[in-house]
Design a protein around this ligand. Structure first.
Ligand code: DC
Length: 217
């Protein structure tokens, strides 16, 4: 069984995917973390963009593997576990650029397909129901207004004692949306035949229950 959840950055798809997976006893696969692990690997090898010969040498021999350890997804690149580096600032900054590389996308797609062939999964990302698993059993698109995403992000940052202006966060989110929707490789779109849920006025449990209501598993 494959359940896909796509949507813009900050729409809450990963949190929701984790909870839906827990309810069903499925594995939650976060596709962004695969791109992040590969980015972390390149940063560790002093490679910061995909236009250099060092990148080309490494990419052709790169292997990626997903393992669940104590129910937590770990990502290995060339047999090294990059899980603890996935949220590093540099990784967040550079992963959008590495993730548009065609070779990287093929590696990630294959890894996701192999994993899905052996497990029941709830997988979230930006191109999952549209490009990776167009024939998934259930496909969701989780939307949310920019204002609400900015409000949620602001609360998160305040919890971390960081002060940023609401308007600046909104600008960052808009720029991110534009990048994701207009990129050449696998742009963010609403997948064909997907169930659209707008989480702007819903809390996490409401979104999860909404999804579970659609699922006959
Ligand atoms: O969702 P995230 O921020 O963890 O994703 C990390 C990067 O990977 C981000 O630049 C978007 C990209 N990504 C992608 O291109 N396709 C996906 N299915 C998931 C993430």
């Amino acid at each position: 069984m494959i359940i896909t959840i796509d949507g813009p950055a900050g729409s809450g798809k990963s949190t929701v995917a984790q909870l839906v997976a827990e309810k069903l006893g499925y594995k939650h696969l976060n596709s962004g973390s695969l791109y992040r692990a590969i980015t972390a690997y390149f940063i560790e090898n002093d490679i910061y963009d995909t236009n250099n010969s060092k990148f080309n040498k490494k990419i052709d021999n790169l292997s990626i593997k997903i393992e669940f350890i104590n129910n937590v997804q770990h990502v290995f690149v060339n047999n090294v576990d990059y899980t603890s580096k996935l949220r590093d600032l540099k990784v967040s900054e550079l992963s959008p650029y590495f993730s548009v590389n065609k070779k990287i996308r093929t590696i990630v797609d294959n890894c996701q397909k192999i994993f899905a062939s052996k497990n029941n999964i709830v997988i979230d990302g930006r191109d999952i129901g549209s490009f990776v698993f167009p024939n998934a059993d259930y496909k969701f698109y989780l939307d949310c207004s920019i204002d609400e995403r900015a409000r949620r992000r602001l609360i998160e940052l305040k919890d971390k004692n960081k002060s940023v202006l609401f308007e600046n966060i909104k600008k960052m989110i808009s720029a991110r949306d534009e990048f994701d929707k207009n990129k050449k490789e696998a742009p963010l779109i609403v997948p064909k035949n997907s169930i659209i849920i707008d989480s702007t006025n819903l809390n996490v449990n409401e979104v999860v229950n909404n999804m579970l209501n659609y699922l006959q598993v």
